[in-house]
Design a protein around this ligand. Structure first.
Ligand SMILES: C[S@@+](CC[C@H](N)C(=O)[O-])C[C@H]1O[C@@H](n2cnc3c(N)ncnc32)[C@H](O)[C@@H]1O
Length: 414
């Protein structure tokens, strides 16, 4: 017969554990998490159990099992390494109609302990239906897969009664779908509507249920990007219609991502909103090309700069004089098309012409490529190589550290 699965609510209820070895050391913490009143009977116990007894969390009788020990128990665990003792414990429990688990003989147990784990507000239990022939590692592997799937959002488990409301602004990381956070992935899996950007990790969209509406905010018919006010209106409109909206963005929403504008728009409309930070391309993309943005003895500071307008443009608020005069690492976003003007400005304000520069395009994606150059040569290099956005430009001596790492890597992987 298949076992009947039940969740035992053990708070304040007596559980007798006989034997204080490895099995008891695994079971007792879980029993305590469930609030059980644990009586441990064993002449010797593992150090962790001794600590629990010393802290008053369990009662320990330092002696062998005696008839009568199971009195008053709701559950009995026979975990000694002596099968005769385990059999005597089981017989006593059976006689008083108390559920019992024998660690040494599943076939002689009234109950079996499932491989269990927790994901959010659910507890997962996995039992092999034939523990005589079943492999406990198989149950544990299934448990691990389910827990990991739920935690990561790969297994879609939408709340029926507690469906999230409002809008989640989610940083998707620089492009590799493995670089979104666990929280981001969970919320994405719960969404009814997803508004996605061009640089968001779009391959994650394939995992969504068929009924999830996906709005491509990076593109609308006729090739224009969706205006920010339309994005804001869509976020608010869908949320007000009772849908849970995930706004999936590239990198971190608050790093040149207009995430705060979207937060403000939601709040002004009375829509609840949450933000999930992401791995910003400003740091994640250099790392993916082995460029550390700081390095002891090389760079104590790094500056992240948007070059969506060129130096000298009246809309630019960047202090290029200060950046040219500093020795810190410069991480430039949206700079590819204006790299010549940037290099001129940095040279003008004091950076050396042979300052190393790395241009990393499509960072963390299968098409990633890196072009190494110098401040003096970078413009022609970018043109010759036909580098296209998205790309991160790193200026500074940390680029030489990356060269050292990649050289060593060649030997290690060879
Ligand atoms: C509007 S900004 C958005 C930045 C984003 N919020 C972040 O934290 O990464 C877009 C710029 O980020 C950089 N970028 C984003 N993803 C990138 C990637 N995978 N590889 C290289 N650069 C990237 C490029 O400079 C691109 O032009």
């Amino acid at each position: 017969m298949d076992p009947y699965l039940l969740g035992l609510r053990l708070e304040g209820r007596r559980v007798v554990v006989v034997g204080g070895g490895a099995v008891a050391s695994r079971r007792i913490p879980a029993l305590l998490d469930a609030g059980a009143d644990v009586l441990l009977v064993s002449p010797k116990v593992a150090a962790s159990l001794e600590d629990l007894a010393a802290a008053g969390r369990i009662r320990w009788e330092p002696r062998g099992y005696r008839p009568g020990d199971c009195a008053g128990a709701w559950l009995v665990c026979a975990c000694t390494d002596d099968s005769e003792v385990n059999a005597a414990v089981a017989a006593a429990a059976e006689a008083q109609r108390t559920w019992y688990v024998r660690a040494d003989d599943a076939g002689a147990s009234a109950a079996w302990t499932p491989a269990s784990g927790r994901a959010g507000d659910v507890r997962i239990g996995v039992l092999s239906v034939d523990p005589k022939r079943g492999d406990p590692r198989h149950s544990a592997a299934i448990r691990d897969a389910v827990v990991a799937g739920l935690q990561s959002g790969r297994l879609s488990a939408r709340h029926g009664r507690r469906h999230p409301a409002g809008v989640a602004i989610i940083g998707g990381g620089p492009g590799d779908p493995g670089l979104i956070t666990v929280r981001g992935r969970q919320l994405l899996a719960e969404a009814d509507v997803v508004l996605t950007d061009r640089l968001a990790p779009r391959s994650l969209l394939d995992e969504l249920r068929d009924d999830v509406e996906i709005i491509d905010a990076g593109k609308i018919p006729y090739g224009r990007a969706m205006a920010q006010e339309h994005i804001n209106a869509a976020l608010v409109g869908h949320a007000q219609a009772g849908r849970f909206v995930a706004r999936l963005k590239g990198g971190d929403p608050f790093v040149f991502g207009r995430g705060a504008e979207e937060v403000l728009a939601c709040l002004r409309a009375g829509v609840p909103v949450t933000v999930v930070p992401g791995v910003t391309s400003a740091v994640g993309v250099p790392a993916s090309a082995w460029v550390p943005v700081t390095h002891r003895g090389v760079a104590q500071e790094f500056h992240v700069v948007s070059v969506h307008v060129a130096p000298g443009d009246e809309r630019s608020t960047v202090n290029w004089e200060l950046l040219g005069g500093s020795s810190g690492t410069l991480v430039l976003l949206m700079a590819v098309e204006r790299i010549g003007a940037v290099a001129d400005e940095l040279l003008r304000y004091g950076r050396s012409p042979d300052t190393p520069v790395s241009v990393i395009a499509d960072g963390t994606l299968p098409t990633q490529r890196t072009i190494n150059s110098t401040l003096e040569q970078v413009e022609s290099c970018v043109a010759e190589e036909g580098v296209r956005p998205p790309a991160i430009v790193v200026v500074g001596d940390v680029v030489s550290v990356a060269a050292e790492i990649t050289e060593l890597m060649r030997h290690v992987t060879a």
